[in-house]
Design a protein around this ligand. Structure first.
Ligand SMILES: [Ca+2]
Length: 279
């Protein structure tokens, strides 16, 4: 999800009165997320009438970008149904009809439009068995090799430690909301050297600041046999990912360097995402 202001994953559990006692936990990219809940019993109590619908919502916020959300629901009533939705707001388009000029419902603002999407339509969860739904994952093949499968000859970081397929804080690598599954997470000042195997003509990567922190700034530098082949502009938390392709003609030692951009190394978390050698 991109181009949005906010996004939430919402789990709806409906069923007999006991359904409001259900519990649910949600993990975003493998990390347990704070969950808010709202149940019909409390929502309708203000009317003084007995509730004739029984449901409970579990809601967590997710940041912009592509994420994996794991839902662990423990329904309290055997005849419950569960559905999963995403919802949020996005900037209004010029073609959007304006909201009424009357008293505005406080959840809506005129410059925003709401959106929602069904992730999993209502399904019964009365079998007692765990229900697993998996969406197909895109399979990417390259004519080359990912650097995370090779052994570096030297790797250093100015804070923490250089990590494969994780950020320097050992979290999923994320660049401006984009989840990066492969690559190298590090921290300025950093140098990672590889003695290159033969037969590869190009180094490629997607570089960017890891949004697990804020306030830092880095510069990415690529050297071949200590000769500078590439230098990025200053990269910060809001810098879009930069696609890099560098010819490796005659290069035997590749050096991936992250500098502090001249303002110190505080919060200088940097990712060489999808770092790979291509034939
Ligand atoms: Ca810096």
């Amino acid at each position: 999800m991109t181009g949005i202001d906010s996004a939430e994953v919402c789990v709806l559990c409906e069923g007999p009165p006991d359904v409001a006692l259900s519990t649910c936990s949600l993990a975003v990219d493998g990390v347990d997320a704070p969950v808010a809940s709202s149940a019909s019993a409390s929502a309708f109590a203000a009317t003084g009438k007995p509730a004739d619908e029984h449901w409970i919502w579990f809601i967590t916020r997710v940041p912009e970008g592509r994420h994996t959300v794991e839902v662990r629901l423990n329904p309290a009533a055997p005849a419950s149904t569960v559905a999963v939705f995403a919802r949020g707001t996005a900037p209004a388009r010029p073609s959007d009809a304006p909201f009424d000029s009357g008293p505005a419902f406080p959840l809506y603002r005129p410059e925003r439009r709401t959106w929602s999407r069904t992730l999993i339509p209502p399904m019964a969860c009365n079998t007692g068995a765990a229900v697993v739904q998996r969406r197909p994952r895109e399979i990417i093949t390259i004519d080359g090799v990912y650097l995370d499968t090779l052994t570096w000859s030297e790797a250093s970081a100015g804070w923490g430690e250089v990590r494969l397929n994780r950020s320097v804080m050992d979290k999923p690598m994320t660049i401006t909301g984009r989840r990066c599954l492969r690559g190298i997470g590090t921290h300025a000042d950093s140098r990672i050297d590889y003695e290159l195997p033969s037969g590869f003509k190009t180094f490629a990567a997607t570089i960017g600041y890891d949004q697990e922190v804020r306030g830092g700034s880095v510069v990415f530098v690529i050297k071949g046999d200590d000769r500078e082949l590439f230098r990025s502009p200053v990269v910060g938390r809001d810098t879009a990912p930069i696609e890099v392709r560098v010819p490796l003609d005659g290069v035997s030692r590749l050096s991936l360097i992250v500098e502090d951009a001249g303002d110190g190394i505080a919060a200088d978390h940097a990712n060489w995402a999808d770092a790979r050698l291509l034939k």
